[in-house]
Design a protein. Structure first.
Length: 354
């Protein structure tokens, strides 16, 4: 079987977002560094993506919005009109250096990931997962919607059953709406009830929404996976799956009250990936840099069948100790986040038969 491929772009080694924004934290860059330190990433399994051209973005986005996105990126600021109409330059969706290039690189990585798995395999693109983006405006820290481009590229290749599974704490509203009415797709989203954007409370044709309560933990997650998600996927029999693996569902994230462990998420993702010959695994939200970096780094290892070390080497611990976050108080930083990748394992009594 073809080994998994890690897709990224050097632009994501910088945060991009400015201070006082929840995404002004280290995420993809530290994941890449730790994977390299562990010997998990080299030239053989890493692919540098190219930013897509405006013409590609125009396959989903309105021309006026793309004009505005380029305009504010070049000017370094948004006009009142652009803020009002396109939601650019707001506290939610700020303007920062190389904004348009970053958007184009994110979509480029997700399109490349879809192409890499055309004949089977797994591609991991942690800088993807911008699932709130709309055709004519930015939304929820998302200026585009790279999962939609991934799904459309897989459909273009001739695969006629594409499953989209969203494990982010926030409902994948942009993807669900983009896929509405297309019987070739199935969208499944597990997300915290009442959390922004406030949608995803009901299921419909080809959309299964599973809103969960505050404090939703591994026990409930395992039950939902085995009783709802995996049976739905088995019935749909996807030819490919696209996953958004936001880290904000983890315990310790400041923008959600879900309480999952990365161990439970890794196991679920492997179950999902194993149900189809091709999978694109994307990132998503995640506003605690320590839990996010550990989750995505360990996920790359698990996709390759590699066990996370019980204790990280000193150089990797240094990377984790160097992370900062204004939204997480010092006393809330668990010292274990510096030392290992895996959260506490799921107790045996919580496991369920498939």
């Amino acid at each position: 079987m073809t080994p998994p491929v890690f897709v990224s772009n050097r632009i994501f080694e910088q945060t991009g977002y400015t201070r006082n924004h929840p995404l002004s934290i280290g995420r993809v860059g530290p994941v890449v560094r730790i994977c390299r330190l562990l010997g998990w990433l080299d030239d053989a399994n890493y692919r540098e993506s190219e930013p897509v051209a405006r013409e590609v973005l125009a396959q989903f986005h309105d021309a006026g919005y793309l004009d505005a996105l380029i305009r504010v990126s070049e000017a370094g600021a948004a006009s009142a009109g652009d803020r009002e109409k396109f939601r650019l330059g707001t506290m939610e969706n700020p303007v920062f250096p190389q904004l348009f290039q970053r958007v184009a690189a994110s979509v480029g990585g997700s399109v490349l990931a879809a192409r890499l798995v055309a004949d089977g395999g797994v591609a991991f693109h942690p800088a993807g997962g911008t699932h709130h983006g709309r055709p004519g405006r930015a939304s929820g820290f998302c200026y585009s919607n790279d999962p939609v481009f991934t799904i459309r590229e897989l459909l273009r290749q001739g695969h006629n059953r594409i499953a989209y599974v969203d494990l982010d704490a926030h409902h994948g509203d942009g993807v669900e709406d983009a896929c509405a009415g297309d019987d070739r797709t199935l969208c499944i989203s597990i997300h915290e009830s009442g959390r922004w954007p406030g949608s995803g409370m009901c299921s419909g044709d080809r959309a299964i929404n599973i809103p969960v309560a505050r404090g939703f933990d591994d026990r409930g997650f395992i039950r939902v996976m085995h009783l709802q998600v995996l049976p739905a996927l088995a019935a749909f029999a996807p030819e490919a799956v696209v996953l958004t693996c936001g880290a904000d569902c983890l315990a310790g994230d400041p923008l959600s009250a879900m309480q999952l462990s990365n161990a439970a998420l890794w196991a679920a993702i492997l179950d999902i990936v194993g149900m189809t010959p091709r999978a694109v695994v994307l990132g998503g939200g995640g506003y605690n840099p320590w839990t996010t970096v550990r989750y995505w780094t360990g996920l790359w290892g698990r996709l390759n069948g590699w066990a996370a070390p019980a204790e990280l080497p000193a150089e990797a611990q240094t990377v984790l100790r160097g992370l900062t976050c204004d939204l997480v108080d010092d006393e809330d930083v668990d010292p274990a986040w510096y030392v290992s990748l895996a959260d506490a394992p799921v107790p045996k009594e919580m496991e369920m038969e498939s």
